[in-house]
Ligand binder design. Structure first.
Ligand code: HGY
Ligand code: MN
Ligand code: MN
Length: 421
């Protein structure tokens, strides 16, 4: 095993924190968060900043047809599949400064530390910023990593539209035109492995006063779009008996779903986060309601049972309206390989950082990379477990600790064999 002890000490916590704060400027909100939706001007600017930081340390940029961005630190054997480290730069509309951004900036810091250490590594190590992890502007999320790993096809996602009717394809073409100066990369090259550093987005590490989370896996997730079709009519003249009120039906469906998904152990994660009423006018009986369903659980049978029940529940509660249920995503629970978990645990141990294994209730691009290469995740605490919220916060020391573990793990993997060699 390569002696990587010397790498972590080259991680520069002040530089890491400064870059995190600088990246947070792109899409900064008044409340201290970020709104940096996928494929927007804000994200183009954030990516340009990453490329500029990378250029200063000799990282070679490239971008694939899904606009996944790569910054490459070459190794002594360029023929080997590279190790990938990174996360995402897009955020929720009222997101925090660290969800995704921490993993990308920590990866940059790890590359800079590895280079500064002078330690040799056989395979290239590439920072990656995946396209549209959050799935907020364009649903479903994790589009860039899904296309990179073959879980989805690019021609399947290009027609999908945001609320303004802009397609992924048009937004992609615009961003890629702005990055015409960056070398192009084929879609879906072989990777030796993937490691993602991320904030926990939960409260376990804070409660147990621990610094590093060794992620065991990711819970299952199913997302749906529910469309309720009624009939617009005059609020003053149409009788209740004659109405096809899409809002009344949607509320009945939501109530029935909430009741069906309720569990006394409070382990089912059921969320209706998006809810649009059309025409959304005070004196018009709503003709159409569209809302999202996000269902998650750690047990595969529960995810199957509850998700499969959704269409029937909607049909039974629709009242005078019609209802259409579209499933957008069905991801089963997964466990990361023990070899990756052990490497992260041993590294945290050697760096004398308190740590424990724990699952990820939140979704990550690591899910799809897990399907094609050995994958692991490193968590750091986030204040009170708050995330997908402008108040999201971490400490500089935890941020530095996570980057130190990432740097050592990356160097070790860059000198290890991979099943993809
Ligand atoms: O929704 C998720 O779990 C991720 O944070 N996008
Ligand atoms: Mn994230
Ligand atoms: Mn997120």
């Amino acid at each position: 095993m390569t002696d990587t002890a010397g790498v972590a000490r080259h991680v520069n916590g002040e530089r890491l924190w400064r870059r995190l704060m600088e990246l947070a400027r792109f899409g900064a909100t008044a409340k201290g968060g970020v709104s940096r939706l996928a494929l927007t001007e804000e994200e183009v600017a954030a990516r340009a900043q990453l490329v500029s930081w990378g250029a200063a340390i000799g990282l070679e940029p490239s971008v694939d047809p899904a606009s996944n961005l790569f910054l490459r630190l070459t190794g002594t054997d360029p023929g080997l599949p590279p190790l990938l480290i990174g996360s995402h730069t897009d955020s929720q509309p009222t997101g925090g400064k660290f969800d995704g951004a921490y993993g990308v900036v920590a990866a940059l810091e790890a590359l800079e530390a590895i280079k500064a250490s002078g330690q040799k590594h056989r395979r290239a190590i590439e920072l990656v910023a995946w396209m549209n992890e959050e799935g907020s502007r364009f649903a479903p999320g994790m589009m860039g990593s899904a296309v990179f790993t073959g879980v989805r096809r690019l021609d399947e996602i290009r027609p999908l539209k945001d609320k303004a009717g802009i397609s992924v394809g048009d937004a992609l073409d615009q961003l890629l035109a702005r990055e015409a100066h960056l070398p192009r990369r084929a879609l879906g090259f072989k990777a030796a492995g993937f490691v993602e550093a991320h904030i926990e987005q939960g409260i376990t590490l804070q409660n147990e006063r621990l610094t590093i989370g060794v992620v065991t896996g990711i819970q299952g997730k199913r997302t749906f779009r529910i469309e309720v079709e009624g009939e617009e009519s005059h609020a003053g003249t149409s009788a209740r008996a004659d109405r096809k009120d899409a809002l009344v039906s949607a509320v009945a469906i939501v109530d029935a779903l909430q009741k069906a998904m309720w569990d006394k152990e409070d382990t089912v994660r059921f969320t209706i986060g998006m809810f649009t009423v059309t025409p959304n006018a005070p004196s018009v009986v709503p003709g159409r309601v569209v809302f999202s369903v996000d269902l998650r659980h750690g047990d595969p049978d529960t995810v199957k049972r509850l998700g499969d029940a959704i269409p029937g529940i909607c049909e039974a509660a629709r009242g005078a309206c019609a209802v259409q249920v579209r499933e957008l995503l069905y991801d089963v629970p997964l466990q990361f390989p023990k070899s990756m978990r052990d490497l992260i645990s041993e590294t945290a141990q050697r760096l004398k950082l308190s740590h424990r294994e724990l699952p990820s209730p939140a979704g990550h691009d690591s899910r799809y990379l897990h399907y094609v290469c050995p994958t692991g995740m490193i968590f750091i605490p986030c204040k009170d477990g708050i995330s997908h919220n402008e108040a999201e916060d971490i400490t500089p020391s935890d941020a530095t600790a996570g980057a130190r573990v990432l740097a050592d793990v990356a160097l070790a993997l860059a000198n290890a064999d991979s099943p993809n060699d």
